[in-house]
Design a protein around this ligand. Structure first.
Ligand SMILES: Cc1cc2nc3c(=O)[nH]c(=O)nc-3n(C[C@H](O)[C@H](O)[C@H](O)COP(=O)(O)OP(=O)(O)OC[C@H]3O[C@@H](n4cnc5c(N)ncnc54)[C@H](O)[C@@H]3O)c2cc1C
Length: 414
């Protein structure tokens, strides 16, 4: 007999949250505050750590953290006053004022995780399928257990099982390029390099490519000088049929689908990355790439869902809309989806009506974020198909445009 794993409380409405990363935690923390019972079911069996490396924060993210009862004003991350672009020789060729706080995925995750009851966060629960039974929705997990609630929240990322169940036709679209990412300990870098790159968000623009790097907190949110880390993201074209497949093929010859676990990236691919860094990047960034203990590869995809509300199921975060990372809005979008979802459920009416209200409040803004990511990354695509794409590529590739447009949300506020 299957076990009902979600907690029961006759008084409260109950939410089953699938996915225990940013979206799932934001939703569950805010739901509990609004008086719901919420349980998180995460497929991974061990505590999630170190995902995604650096995160650029925005005022909108801090607002939701505050609403969740957390303090984003103290030690959220490393503050930088602005941005600069380096040429191949390492010389500064352009600068731009833009004060921002740069943090790590770990830092935001831990804040949320510690504010959510441990006994309500269930590891090792991979969703297999969903069933609607009258006014309940039931989640079935790979270990044979199940959980039921009034609402089920798909916060299970871009490969979402929840989405596959309710909207099987929505699939990620490959952008034509990959991001190489890495984290380096500040004290592993030379003093000269630290002096040049720890005071700003730094860009380098090899032809048809883009790299950005910025300081983030060290392990356990260590913000002391000498104890921080340097985070880089290097976008490089890789055509889908040949280069991407090669990059996703491990030592055993197995080609992974969509992404490859960091330890399985082949040694010869890493050697090629180091050689490309020597050829294309300024010396400061070469050093960062060479010293990163385990650079990891993220093929860039995007997609948008046609619905965020399907009966008693809500889709949010990367499960609903995946934007290219140039907007740096993934975590902020997850936070704002969660906030809108809870506000809609709080406003009364039945669950289906509330979820449709949530959907109406978030579709347009999420579409704009995805569209903006496409525009900003268009010049990194291997092929430009229309005059409009070529025009956008010309506009967004200059150092001035890159510094003014990447990782800022002004386009949503204006
Ligand atoms: C190169 C790059 C740079 C980025 N930089 C930034 C940045 O600066 N700022 C920013 O805000 N965002 C950034 N992002 C985006 C950000 O990392 C994501 O948008 C964010 O992590 C999405 O969170 P999520 O919880 O929706 O999904 P995820 O973090 O993908 O979490 C989904 C969770 O669901 C679990 N899961 C999956 N399937 C199941 C299942 N069947 N059952 C149970 N659990 C399941 C997974 O194990 C996972 O823990 C970047 C992304 C990339 C690729």
């Amino acid at each position: 007999m299957a076990i009902i794993t979600a907690s029961r409380n006759a008084e409260k409405a109950r939410a089953v949250v699938i996915g225990g990363s940013m979206s799932g935690l934001f939703a569950a923390v805010l739901l509990r505050q609004a008086g719901w019972d919420a349980d998180i079911f995460e497929r991974v069996e061990v505590e999630l750590t170190g995902r995604g490396a650096g995160i650029v924060t925005h005022a909108e993210l801090c607002a939701v953290l505050e609403a969740a009862g957390l303090d984003p004003t103290t030690d959220l991350g490393v503050e930088v006053p602005g941005r600069k672009t380096l040429d191949r020789s390492g010389r500064v060729i352009a600068e731009y004022d833009c004060r921002q706080t740069l943090t790590s995925w770990d830092r935001v995750f831990r804040m949320l995780r510690e504010s959510f009851p441990a006994e309500r966060y269930h590891l090792g629960k991979g969703l297999m399928h969903i069933e609607e039974c009258g006014d309940r929705v039931v989640a079935h997990f790979s270990d044979g257990s199940r959980a039921e609630g009034d609402v089920l929240i798909g916060a299970d990322g871009f490969r979402s099982t929840v989405r596959a169940e309710v909207l099987p036709d929505v699939r990620p679209i490959y952008a034509g390029y990959v991001a190489w990412r890495g984290l380096v300990a500040e004290n592993a870098l030379s003093d000269a390099t630290c002096k040049d790159i720890f005071d700003s968000l730094v860009f380098c623009l090899p032809p048809g490519e883009q790299m950005l790097g910025y300081p983030v907190p060290g392990p356990d949110n260590d913000l002391r000088i000498g104890h921080r880390r340097y985070n880089f993201v290097w976008y490089r074209p890789a055509d889908e049929n040949n280069e991407l497949k090669r990059l996703l093929t491990d030592e055993s010859g197995h080609t992974h689908v969509l992404s490859i676990p960091p330890p399985l990236v082949r040694a010869d691919i890493i050697r090629e990355l180091h050689a490309a860094a020597e050829r294309l990047l300024p010396p400061q960034m070469q050093e960062a790439v060479n010293l990163a203990p385990q650079p990891f590869l993220q093929p860039i995809y995007d997609f948008e869902t046609s619905q965020m509300a399907i009966e008693r199921v809500a889709l949010m975060g990367d499960a609903a809309f995946l934007g290219r990372p140039h907007v740096a809005a993934g975590v902020t979008k997850a936070a704002e989806d969660a906030s809108a979802l809870v506000a809609a459920l709080d406003a009364g009416g039945n669950v289906q009506t509330a979820l449709r209200r949530f959907e109406r409040s978030r579709m347009d803004i999420n579409r704009r974020i995805v569209a903006r990511g496409r525009d900003l990354g268009i010049y990194l695509q291997p092929a430009l198909r229309t005059p409009e794409e070529r025009m956008k590529a010309e506009h967004h590739r200059t150092p001035q445009a890159v510094m003014a447009e990447i990782a800022v949300l002004d386009f949503l506020r204006g």
